[in-house]
Design a protein around this ligand. Structure first.
Ligand code: COD
Length: 303
């Protein structure tokens, strides 16, 4: 079972390198990640982007372009389209966002022609390593689905459970988060969290996740806080997955973990035929390498 990023990297190094198609690869942090992932032997790359910008940036980052496939495509949306088609067509094991807006990149994934849609909901999962917590925390969906419905939340849990499963966490514990741990008539997140817990009990959520909610963040991650409030729950204090009610709550929570608590992070879109690395432009090269590693654990073998 993988409990931290060091174990993740160690596990990925034992796999054959995965082929990653990068959309709009002409970006400093992306190329630093390319160099590092190649050096660690975890991935090789198809770099799709503006050659005129790519070449000097690659030289500065220490990436030898003779060792990568380079596709000249100066238009970022077209680059995303080509990367998505490559991954959908099996010429790449996963794809990765470069210097392109998240919305534009996600739209390229959703384009039916790319062949990445499986009929399942696509959703984003962050993995966070936070000092003082004894396992990786998966947090979803803080980047793709803006205001998911109950049924979409169930699919979001399934996608996160699939990622946890790829890391050997067979029955991940999911906290369906809300502001309080009681079901309240004026707080939809509490009602849906309770419904999700019951849906999981009744086998309506696939993937073996143990779901409880509503839980507030404190009782999800602190057994002491849960005890204090008299909460008896199989998830309280040891959540693997935090399912947030909407993108705003999730985004603020992730960024507060990173900026105030020094958390390290990785992120993936799940639910497509291939894993998709979506990190934001402000994320470090390390976050991009860790995301590639996470993707490598879930990528099916090359067709
Ligand atoms: N999974 C599967 N299919 C989907 C999904 C999904 N998550 N979302 C949309 N679709 C399908 C729809 O059924 C439809 O067939 C087609 O895709 C287009 O759907 P729209 O019109 O709802 O899609 P868009 O283009 O308006 O929006 C999709 C985005 C993912 C771009 C949108 O949800 C979005 O902007 N999300 C937030 C991205 C963001 O800014 N994140 C910030 C990260 S820091």
């Amino acid at each position: 079972m993988i409990r931290n990023f060091a174990a993740l990297l160690a596990a990925v190094r034992k796999l054959p390198p995965r082929r990653v198609a990068v959309a709009a690869a002409h970006d400093e942090a992306v190329l630093a990640a390319v160099r590092e992932a190649r050096a660690q032997g975890i991935a090789d790359f198809v770099l799709i982007g503006d050659q005129g910008r790519l070449r000097p940036l690659a030289a500065a980052a220490g990436v030898n372009l003779d060792e990568c496939e380079v596709v000249h495509e100066p238009d970022a949306r077209q680059a995303a389209r080509r990367a998505a088609m490559m991954a959908g067509g099996g010429q790449a094991d996963m794809l990765m966002k470069g210097l392109i807006g998240t919305g534009d990149f996600l739209r390229a994934l959703l384009d039916k022609e790319a062949g990445l849609r499986t009929g399942a909901l696509l959703s984003h999962v962050f993995a966070l390593e936070v000092a003082g917590y004894d396992r990786l925390l998966f947090l979803t969906d803080a980047a793709m689905n803006v205001s998911p419905t109950l049924v979409e939340k169930a699919a979001i849990i399934e996608n996160a459970a699939a990622l946890a499963g790829a890391l050997g966490i067979e029955r991940p514990k999911v906290a369906a988060l809300a502001a309080v741990e009681t079901v309240e008539s004026g707080m939809l997140a509490t009602q849906e969290a309770a419904a999700l817990a019951k849906m999981a009990d009744r086998g309506q959520i696939r993937g073996g996740a143990i779901v409880d909610g509503p839980l507030a963040l404190d009782n999800a991650v602190s057994a002491e806080a849960a005890r204090h409030k008299g909460i008896v729950s199989p998830v309280a204090g040891e959540a693997d997955i935090l399912m947030v009610p909407d993108i705003e709550a999730g985004n603020v929570l992730v960024k507060s973990m990173v900026y105030f608590a020094g958390a390290r992070l990785a992120g993936l879109v799940m639910g497509a035929a291939r894993p998709v690395v979506v990190t934001s432009r402000a994320d470090s090269a390390e976050a991009k390498v860790l995301s590639i590693a996470l993707g490598a654990m879930t990528a099916p073998g090359r067709r």
